[in-house]
Design a protein around this ligand. Sequence first.
Ligand code: PLP
Length: 451
Amino acid sequence: MDLNLVRAPQLVDVVPDGWYNILPDLPEPLPPMVKPSGEPVKPEELEVLFPKALIKQEFAEERFIPIPEELRQLYIEMGRPTPLLRAYRLEKHLNTPARIYFKYEGVLPTGSHKVNTALAQAYFNMLEGVKRLTTETGAGQWGSALSLAGSLFRLSVRVYMVRASYEQKPYRRVLMQLYGAEVVPSPSTLTKSGRAVLDREPNHPGSLGIAISEAIEDAVTTPGTRYSLGSVLNHVLLHQTIIGLEALKQLELVGEELPDYVIGCVGGGSNFAGISYPFYHHSIVRGGKRDAKFIAVEPRAVPSMTRGEYTYDYGDTAGLTPLIKMYTVGHRYTPPPIHAGGLRYHGVAPTLALLVRNGAVKPVAYHQTEVFEAARMFAQIEGIVPAPETAHAVKAVIDLALEAKKSGERIVVLFNMSGHGLLDLAGYREYLEGKLMDYEPAEIDLSYIRK
Ligand SMILES: *Cc1c(COP(=O)(O)O)cnc(C)c1O
């Protein structure tokens, strides 16, 4: 066996000097963000939330956006390029003719891909003189990535953390505090939106939507402060394309074909976009494998792409964000307490929604028990414990590999290992003890949105 194929070369020139912007390559123009009046949001109206450089990226029309050299160097210092690994042992175990590759983002300091956009966002905020960032976090993966970035660029960071996670998952809270961030359980009494929720329900466990409302309110009412989001927005997905751009070069370095399938899990869509959009560019624009398939995996407990509606909805619970056209289960949907905290978001990124709408991306959904089962197999055979979010992608890969075994097709599969699960062992414990529950909404009521 050629070991170079197991571990593709970790050459730093694999790290790209530009991000890929999918906006000019979409099958139709992206519906604009709008205000409740229906008027499109103007870029300058976002300046209370984000620095100008990030707003420019949000609306950019160029295919490639340069990565400043200082930032590119920091990416390398923080562990990029991440390894492209081949899951030989899993292939053998499944006895499949499929060749399975994965990009391992879990080697980054906080254990997930979120570092890629956290560093970029903190960098551009720092350049424009911002002193403080606010954000929200569910399980804590995004909050810890931004806390690290804040520490590197000397920005203070306040993280509104969903109260249920704050209490039940103390380790990522400790990680954020270790990096110097202030962590506030949400809903909190520090904001109007938080107080409004607590007045109605003093023991509210919190949700990502509420925490977003609090972080935005804090940013727009505090001087020198901007808001930072870990997924959904165009500029966030843009930063993540570094994953797929590296993977393209790494596959080429080992002499492998372009993949037939590119797979990722979807919360807001950033890691899926990161791995898949550069390959979409190849297949659609550059005449690569035209029949390449892109599979987006979500939980059946929060089935925005598979059961939601493609419509304008708010990004947060209080309705402070602009309206975004996306697949949504509704901004008032309370996600069931599944362990994949990063997948408990009611909507998805607008570019991903458009690609699903056009049939370019195929969504699938799984229950958490079958997902943890797949993760256990992967851990026992490949060694890496996937994050519960990532495990959704692993499940889809295993299903596909088993289909290839039946059909005998020698497909090439690439998936994104968005993070490791070593801080998610409480979820694995529940799984091993047979206590995991599967959830699925009986019906999804979106009538309040249509009004
Ligand atoms: C946050 C997170 C996700 C989901 O967010 P996306 O924006 O959809 O990528 C998936 N995997 C891991 C490890 C995460 O931390």
